[in-house]
Design a protein around this ligand. Structure first.
Ligand code: PMP
Length: 364
């Protein structure tokens, strides 16, 4: 087992070693870490909903789900949430998953296999990458947001493959920019492909769905994956699409079939949180626009990358900010190519708090 210590030492040498940090209070804009209160600019809890709870949900449903959905873990409230999410995403149907990681892994490896083609943006989330690996399909990683590359590649090569998936984050998780969904939507029709969109950081932030930004409505070739653990404030994930897609996944998708169902109180709490989204979202959008103007950082979401480049410098800046009372993580390879601070703002931050953070970053 010596290989583990050796590899860990290598990571330490390259400044890429990671440690877990313990937070002593619930998720929110203020958290206590090692006895110190910090202003939190690192969370995906974009609407400050993570610490909300309604005892009614727990009293009604308890904590556990007791089994997979197909055994005896399928509760009425799961279905209610699926119907609500399908309505919000403007799709025929929806299926809940236990995490976004499992949703991406499962959907991609179920919809594509040997002899099929998957085109994937270079900056897609790790769960998409792992889903592609699991699928055994032919993969083409295209340059970030380069729809023209996708089109040209399909023009030349589409005939060689059976099924074809184009997979993209809508809001990219480390850069905060948005995929060219309008173009990809047309390309999927032109080349008989399916477009899989990961709306993890878009749901409840840019609208209910990223497609709203382009005035496009999902069709039978559109699959939207989303998570409940970010703006919606709870935990878990979902896949929205056609009726036949839901049926197919229930019967074929291993990361849906062979895992314990989402606890029903989580589905119940998510339904309650959804009601609070529109009002909080208005505040979030106001703050995003404020920070964009203040910092000059390009972003179309609540994620603001402050590129530092060097691993050690990024770590140091994050440590300086920590000493001054701000929690802002340094994100380093292999998660990203260029080390950076990943700043996230939420509807609960004030303009003064964001200004304070920016002053410290520029001074640091
Ligand atoms: N997709 C994206 C773009 C993400 O950022 C994440 C989580 N960081 C996931 C999927 C995975 O979702 P979950 O945390 O629910 O597993």
């Amino acid at each position: 087992m010596d290989f583990m210590r050796k590899e860990i030492e290598e990571l330490i040498g390259k400044k890429l070693y990671r440690e877990l940090r313990e937070i002593e209070t619930p998720q929110g804009k203020r958290v206590v870490v090692e006895g110190r209160e910090l202003l939190n600019f690192s969370s995906n809890d974009y609407l400050g909903l993570a610490k909300e709870f309604d005892c009614e949900c727990l009293e009604k449903w308890g904590t556990g789900s007791g089994a997979s959905r197909l055994v005896c873990g399928n509760f009425k409230v799961h279905r209610e949430l699926e119907r609500r999410l399908a309505e919000l995403k403007k799709t025929e149907e929806c299926l809940l998953f236990s995490t976004g990681y499992m949703a991406n892994l499962g959907v991609i490896s179920t919809l594509a296999g040997k002899g099929d083609l998957i085109l994937s943006d270079r900056l897609n989330h790790a769960s998409i990458i792992d889903g592609i690996r699991l699928s055994k399909a032919e993969k083409v990683i295209y340059p970030h947001r380069d729809w023209q590359f996708v089109k040209d590649y399909l023009k030349k090569n589409r005939k060689e493959f059976n099924r074809c998936l184009i997979v993209t984050d809508s809001v990219f998780s480390m850069d905060g920019d948005i995929a060219p969904l309008n173009e990809l939507f047309q390309i999927k029709d032109e080349f008989d492909a399916v477009l899989v969109i990961d709306d993890a950081h878009a749901t409840g932030v840019v609208g209910w769905s990223s497609l709203e930004l382009f005035n496009v409505e999902p069709d039978k070739r559109t699959v939207i994956v989303g998570t409940l653990g970010k703006a919606l404030g709870t935990f878990g994930a979902f896949v929205c699409g056609s009726k036949v897609l839901r049926e197919y996944l229930i019967n074929k998708c291993r990361s849906f079939i062979f895992t314990t169902a989402l606890p029903p109180f989580i589905a119940c709490q998510t339904l309650k949180n959804i009601e609070k989204v529109p009002e909080r979202r208005k505040r979030l959008i106001k703050l995003i626009n404020f920070f964009k103007k203040l910092s000059g950082i390009e972003s179309s979401s609540a994620i603001f990358p402050y590129i530092v480049g060097d691993e050690e410098k990024a770590l140091k800046l994050s440590e300086i900010l920590l000493k001054k009372g701000f929690l802002v993580p340094a994100i380093r390879p292999p998660t990203v190519k260029e080390s950076r601070l990943r700043i996230t703002v939420t509807s609960e931050h004030s303009e003064e708090e964001v200004e304070k953070l920016w002053r410290e970053i520029k001074g640091g």
